[in-house]
Design a protein around this ligand. Sequence first.
Ligand SMILES: NC(=O)C1=CN([C@@H]2O[C@H](COP(=O)(O)OP(=O)(O)OC[C@H]3O[C@@H](n4cnc5c(N)ncnc54)[C@H](O)[C@@H]3O)[C@@H](O)[C@H]2O)[C@@H](O)CC1
Ligand SMILES: [K+]
Length: 210
Amino acid sequence: MTKAITAAQMKHYDQYTINTIGIPSMVLMERASLALRDEILKQYPQAQNITIVAGSGNNGGDGLCVARLLQIAGKHTTVIEAGNPNHFSEEHRAQAKTCDYYRIPQLTTLDTIDSADLLVDAIFGIGIDREVRDPYASIINQMNAASAPIIAVDVPSGINTDTGEVLGTAIKADTTVTFTFNKIGLTTKNGQQYAGRIVVADDMGTYATD
Ligand SMILES: NC(=O)C1=CN([C@@H]2O[C@H](COP(=O)(O)OP(=O)(O)OC[C@H]3O[C@@H](n4cnc5c(N)ncnc54)[C@H](O)[C@@H]3O)[C@@H](O)[C@H]2O)[C@@H](O)CC1
Ligand SMILES: [K+]
């Protein structure tokens, strides 16, 4: 069984890799998203219309990045920007600008959730730190009610990374691609129920040490 860690440990590893080793945050994001793209193409080869629902942080940044990678791979991708633009992380902004270049629609309406072949949950990752309320709760409920399978980025949105507890409402994923190490919350019974099949993408460039 692979090692499982907390959100704080993962943040520490990311910061060490970025600040001490000098691998830029955007490089880590690209590598995480490449792993995610590969898993999507492998598991859902028939999916043509893919809707990515992005939050304002770097989990959303991963979502925007994989939207570009999937578009380049021949898929039709649409991003729903669920987060507040005033709170976009630096990496999120940079990824959104690149999506503009590729003319990937970045919507603030939820229309494509019900018509997508595949939904990518990039709302919250290890940065979730409180209960999920509207508008996020309604968006998550609509995604869970849609017929398309859901692939979650790093952690199903709404799940506490460390305990697996549902923070009000959570994405019920078919697959979760989690980065570098599994997360302790995803090893709990509850976390496993929400994460579905868990894929640990462990070759994304983050240097991890005990
Ligand atoms: N360089 C990096 O930092 C990397 C980050 N990665 C991705 O980035 C994620 C972590 O990114 P962040 O630290 O930006 O965190 P998240 O993107 O998980 O979420 C942070 C944002 O959500 C808000 N938020 C948290 N809980 C909320 C709630 N219940 N309701 C409303 N808003 C809420 C926070 O205020 C913040 O704006 C990882 O899970 C992973 O997917 C990967 O790309 C690898 C590299
Ligand atoms: K997520």
